[in-house]
Design a protein around this ligand. Structure first.
Ligand code: ADP
Length: 489
């Protein structure tokens, strides 16, 4: 199959979050499975032109009322045959930020910038005389690539091209004033039909959900949850309308970077057979964080963006968060790594200096994140919602038992402990509240002190899990086939 990915981030070229890793890992695995994959991405300022190859000739892109002249650069995803094409347009992408800056968090011309990306994708195919079977668009920035074939006149060579639209987080929709609509190049008569209309504004994500042949998201549970008012971010109605074409595919993880047997960031490598070596990492972690060094107390790790989505209010909210109470009432230690909302960073600094058994590091630190996964006994991740989540999967593979809220990808990856039989791979709380986090942590800590055999078996079970991209790649293949069938019926 010929597959064209349209995305706003691709690792290792530009990355602000998980999207970049997903696009790259998925493209690589599809390439390995024998598909021909190309990716289109803006040539942001941070991507050094000197490392890229310039394609011959400028490329004119029709964009609403204007024609925009771009240059196209090319590179490759390392260790693969996946080509990446970079759309170069000084006026749109020649600035420091990706989506915005500190003074303008969301650039006012983002509708134009990403309309340009999506229109360029089609123009590029013509330039290369290469026409995909499937266009796979990611998030609102790529959505237009799944909409244009239906509502604009394109080359007949795109007639059979099916579209798949993947939403990585419903919280980001690309909602702008209607005056931006002409940039899409779509006629006003389709403003409603294509799904753009959103309370008299325009919504890219909504139009993608309405127009794509198949919609996917990044875990089966999240695919169901977003069809409910509680998790749908106002899109639940649209998604229910399309429910027979909404699929959830769990992301894989990068086994080369996240593998306790060969992790270059941790002092003691280990596997299921040498699990006792994990204790050395615990010691190293306690030393690194400034916690008392002891193996007699369970250590709970947290690595997180400090935002409401991650349940930080329930954990650290002044006066009602449960973590200070846990630290006072239970014999445990906490190692916290994160950055994000200012109030939460400040609260963590205060807790860190007041509590002997909690230490927080307010920064982004890849090395420390690996040490926390390897050295902790438990990993606490009570996200309010979680499209997929990575850290709970890393935790399972590192023999670090996750304590999670029953939502999204957390629900699909962690099986709750059964204290009768010892089954399960972690501890799951049904409803998110400070008290339920307190109780579930208490339950886990009790098991750590009193049910050592159960804990050990759960660790072993988690470490044997398969979260490979190969599995995800196979599922995406099926989705592409379904999209082709729907499109060409
Ligand atoms: P999200 O993408 O919603 O932030 P995920 O669990 O899907 O959550 O992925 C987050 C990734 O970012 C994980 O790999 C996690 O280890 C990493 N991460 C988050 N915060 C930090 C931090 N402060 N330092 C190092 N890594 C971090």
């Amino acid at each position: 199959m010929k597959i064209l990915m349209v995305a706003s981030e691709v690792a290792p070229f530009v990355r602000t979050g998980g999207l970049a890793d997903v696009v790259t890992a998925l493209s690589k695995v599809l390439d390995k499975q024998g598909h021909e994959v190309k990716i289109v991405l803006p040539r942001y300022y941070v991507i050094n032109r000197e490392q890229l190859e310039l394609l011959e000739g400028p490329m004119g892109v029709p964009l609403g009322f204007q024609e925009v002249w771009t240059a196209v650069y090319k590179s490759r995803i390392p260790e693969s045959n996946v080509s990446v094409y970079f759309i170069d347009h000084e006026q749109s992408y020649g600035r420091e930020g990706i989506y915005g800056s500190s003074t303008e968090p969301d650039y006012a011309d983002n509708p134009l910038r990403y309309s340009l990306l999506c229109h360029s994708a089609f123009q590029l195919c013509r330039k290369l005389d290469w026409f995909p079977d499937v266009i796979h668009a990611h998030d609102w920035q790529g959505a237009l690539a799944a909409i244009l074939p239906k509502y604009t006149r394109q080359d007949s060579k795109f007639n059979k091209t099916a579209t798949v639209f993947t939403v990585h987080n419903m919280g980001y929709q690309g909602v702008y004033g209607k005056h931006c609509f002409p940039h899409t190049g779509i006629s006003w008569e389709y403003f409603y039909a294509a799904g753009f209309e959103d309370w008299d504004r325009m919504n890219f994500l909504k139009a993608g959900l309405v127009s794509a042949d198949v919609v996917t998201t990044v875990s089966p549970t999240y695919a169901k949850e977003i069809q409910t008012p509680e998790y749908g971010f106002r899109m639940d109605g649209v998604l229910r309308f399309r429910s027979d074409t909404v699929r959830g595919i769990l992301n894989g993880i990068d086994k080369d970077s996240w593998n306790p047997a060969k992790d270059k960031f941790i002092p003691a490598k280990y596997s299921v057979k040498t699990l006792e070596k994990k204790a050395e990492n615990k010691k190293a972690l306690q030393e690194a964080m400034g916690l008392p060094v002891t193996d007699k107390v369970p250590l709970i790790g947290i690595i997180s963006r400090l935002t409401d989505q991650k349940g930080v209010a329930e954990l650290f909210g002044p006066s009602y968060g449960c973590v200070p109470r846990i630290c006072n009432d239970m014999k445990v230690q906490f190692a916290v790594l994160g950055q994000g909302e200012r109030w939460c960073e400040n609260e963590l600094r205060v807790l860190s200096s007041n509590l002997p058994n909690l230490k927080a590091s307010i920064k982004y630190d890849e090395k420390l994140s690996h040490l926390i996964e390897a050295g902790s006994d438990f990993y606490l991740m009570p996200s309010r919602y979680e499209p997929c989540g990575l850290n709970q999967m890393y935790s399972l593979l590192y023999g670090t038992l996750p304590i999670v809220h029953k939502t999204g990808g957390l629900n699909d990856t962690v099986e709750n402990y059964n204290e009768e039989t010892g089954e399960g791979t972690g501890f799951v709380l049904d409803m998110l509240s400070p008290q339920s986090v307190y109780d579930t942590v208490g339950w886990a800590v009790f098991a750590w002190y009193n049910k050592k055999d159960h804990i050990r078996k759960m660790q072993e079970r988690g470490m044997k899990k398969d979260f490979s991209w190969e599995r995800a790649g196979k599922e995406y293949e099926k989705v592409y086939e379904q999209a082709l069938k729907i499109h060409n019926k």
